[in-house]
Design a protein around this ligand. Structure first.
Ligand code: FES
Length: 303
């Protein structure tokens, strides 16, 4: 859909916000340029305020009529907590960049098992849709530590039918018991060996899924959740070893050959600054957030 220049130049704005779990929110963001150009598997980088850190987020869906796209935000670090705690419907964001990354290689593979662990279910949603449109037999496994980490179940079931969506929780509270590797093993035993496994979720789980697909000789395309700073190929923060090549994940990823990714390196690098990130989050939640909320309330009352 063609948008006017005026529409395209408007600031990105939160136009929809829905809490779907204690830490999980869907945000619908007005940004016609991203909505018009996003391809399955791509992401955006959101900077909530001038002083906020930049946060990459996978695009879950687009609405061309409304000029919007949706993201699933799990509030786990300072930028994501800031985004869900301080921004309501109708409020402008400082900056949104994207769509970034290489689109998922959508082609006819045959039978595809799409595995989303926690937030990965949202990331995989446009990919699963596109793979089905390309003529693949798509099945979905949604996996979470517990029920509150299962996302997009209704949306996937509407798209693929109840019998093609398998839900697993690691604490046996909901659906079948087990994690992402068990979901792949069970699928092979009960349905057959898929031609492709698509995975999105944490790096440690990605490594376990890759162990299963490698052992069984199944092609694996996984979203690799590396740290990212510039998201434009300049800083090299997102480097990841894939086979014998170093790849810039923000340009060539985030979906890469899961059987060839050095998952241990990804997990190690992701944990490198975790203590500092935790400290920064605690400071933000305990000291800054209450002040920022008070300031916002005053501004809204015109004080
Ligand atoms: S995030 Fe900077 S090069 Fe990829």
């Amino acid at each position: 859909m063609t948008k006017s220049v005026i529409e395209l130049l408007q600031k990105p704005k939160v136009v929809g916000k829905k809490q779907v779990s204690p830490r999980g929110y869907f945000l619908e963001i007005y940004h016609p340029l991203v909505a018009n150009n996003a391809k399955p598997g791509q992401f955006v980088t959101v900077q909530a305020t001038e002083l906020s850190a930049r946060q990459p987020l996978q695009i879950v869906d687009t609405d061309l009529q409304r000029g919007t796209f949706s993201v699933l935000v799990e509030a786990y670090n300072r930028p994501t907590v800031e985004l869900v705690e301080l921004f309501a419907e109708g409020e402008e964001l400082f900056n949104v960049e994207g769509p970034s990354g290489t689109p998922f290689p959508v082609e006819k593979y045959g039978t595809v098992l799409v595995v989303g662990h926690g937030w990965g279910a949202g990331a995989n949603y446009p990919v699963a849709k596109a793979l089905a449109d390309a003529g693949n037999e798509v099945y979905v496994a949604l996996v979470g530590g517990s029920r509150e980490n299962i996302y997009c179940e209704k949306e996937y079931k509407e798209l693929f039918g109840e019998d093609r969506v398998f839900v697993y929780t690691e604490d046996d509270e909901y659906g079948r018991e087990g994690g992402a590797p068990q979901a792949v093993e069970n699928f092979v035993n009960e349905v057959g060996t898929p031609d492709l496994v698509v995975f999105a979720g944490g790096a440690a789980v990605g490594e376990m899924v890759a162990e299963v697909t490698k052992a069984k000789g199944i092609k694996n395309i996984s979203l690799v959740p590396t740290m990212m700073l510039c998201t434009s190929g300049l800083c090299l923060t997102c480097r990841v070893k894939v086979g014998d090549k170093m790849v810039q994940n923000c340009l060539e990823g985030p979906y890469l050959d899961g059987n060839a990714v050095d998952w241990k390196m990804v997990t190690f690098r992701n944990g490198y600054y975790w203590d500092l990130e935790k400290e920064s989050l605690e400071y933000f939640v305990n000291k800054l957030l209450p002040k920022l909320k008070r300031k916002k309330q005053k501004a809204q009352k015109g004080e």
